[in-house]
Design a protein around this ligand. Structure first.
Ligand SMILES: [Zn+2]
Length: 337
């Protein structure tokens, strides 16, 4: 029997996670490649097509049959038209990636959004399995969400649904990357946590902060290590702030408390809108474990009145979620004639 597989690519600002995935959602082969976004969008598109072709060839060489291709990218994605509309960290502007890939590989192709695809995978294969209404929230350099209902991620009318990071939670708060003060991700993303801690402790210079921000803008699913070494001083990461808060350090505890409160405000708004059964938290910040989940569950409970409290659980698929979601998008299109 010849086994059919989907070719799946999750394209990020720094790297691409790629796989051959069976109809059962099991990864048969995985590889990673650098994106090298600095080369410009045309070169990135060429790399995507070449890598996808290589994967299809690998499938055939292994006796598998590649039947569909799924590609997910960050930013604003028009899934119906198959166009990567806008992406800061990959440099895409109105790239008709679905048609380009379909023409090159001769396979039916789906183009999706990285966080929505990650949410799809968590909802169907991971921590949200067996619950029909799931909100997946990725907290890394930014904050983004995917609302998955009955196994489909809601895209919105313009491909921009799920921008939970831009809910206004602190009108007098720091200015967000989108230009408005007080967005959730300006307070509770991994990079915002690191920045706030550096501000209050006087560690990490302003230059360190801006470098860290510009270098890592845009991917909510990044690992949350918000900054590298500065001029002889290292900016403390969000994970380290969580650990210091846990160990009883006062400033860290204050920053962490502010983070949890802001997240709880954002999630309470989301729950009022979506009434989900399960909220899955992924991305770097979610790795703080009980230090995040225990106070966040309590703070969320405090904010809910008549709404039902959702299950609040950590993501189960790690950084493979986006790639698995790309495979699901590829396989799904085979079912709709
Ligand atoms: Zn914003």
């Amino acid at each position: 029997m010849i086994e059919e597989v989907a070719v799946a690519l999750d394209v990020g600002g720094t790297g691409m996670k790629c796989a051959l995935v069976g109809a059962d959602g099991v990864v048969r082969h995985a590889e990673r490649h650098p994106t090298d976004a600095g080369r410009g969008p045309d070169a990135v598109v060429e790399t995507i097509l070449t890598v996808a072709e290589g994967l299809a060839g690998k499938a055939c060489a292994d006796g598998l049959t590649p039947t569909a291709l799924g590609i997910v990218v960050p930013g604003v994605v028009d899934e119906a038209r198959g166009v990567a509309v806008w992406s800061a960290n990959v440099g895409f502007r109105d790239v008709p990636l679905r048609d380009l890939a379909a023409a090159r590989l001769g396979l039916p192709t789906a183009l999706g959004h990285d966080v929505r695809a990650g949410g799809l995978a968590e909802a169907r294969l991971g921590a949200g399995r067996d619950t029909g209404h799931v909100l997946f929230v990725a907290i890394g350099t930014g904050i983004a969400a995917a609302h998955v209902v009955a196994g489909k991620a809601v895209t919105g009318a313009h491909g921009a649904a799920g921008e939970l990071g831009h809910i206004l939670v602190r009108p007098d708060g720091p200015t967000c990357g989108c230009g408005r003060p007080g967005c959730l991700e300006a307070i509770a993303s991994a990079s915002a946590v690191a920045r706030r801690y550096a501000e209050l402790t006087g560690t990490g210079t302003a230059a360190d902060t801006s470098t860290a921000t510009s270098r890592r803008t845009g991917s909510a699913s990044d690992d949350g290590s918000a900054a590298g070494p500065g001029q002889g001083r290292t900016m403390v990461t969000a994970a380290e702030v969580a650990a210091r808060a846990d160990a009883g350090e006062e400033v860290a505890a204050q920053v962490w408390r502010e983070t949890v409160e802001a997240l709880a405000d954002g999630l309470a708004t989301a729950q009022a809108l979506f009434d989900v059964a399960t909220i899955v938290l992924g991305g770097g910040l979610a790795q703080a474990g009980a230090g995040l989940f225990d106070p966040l569950r309590a703070a969320l409970r405090d904010r809910l009145t008549f709404h039902r409290e959702p299950r609040l659980v950590p993501a189960a698929l790690g950084d493979e979620a986006g790639c698995l979601g790309a495979a699901l998008l590829a396989l799904d299109q085979m079912e709709t004639p």
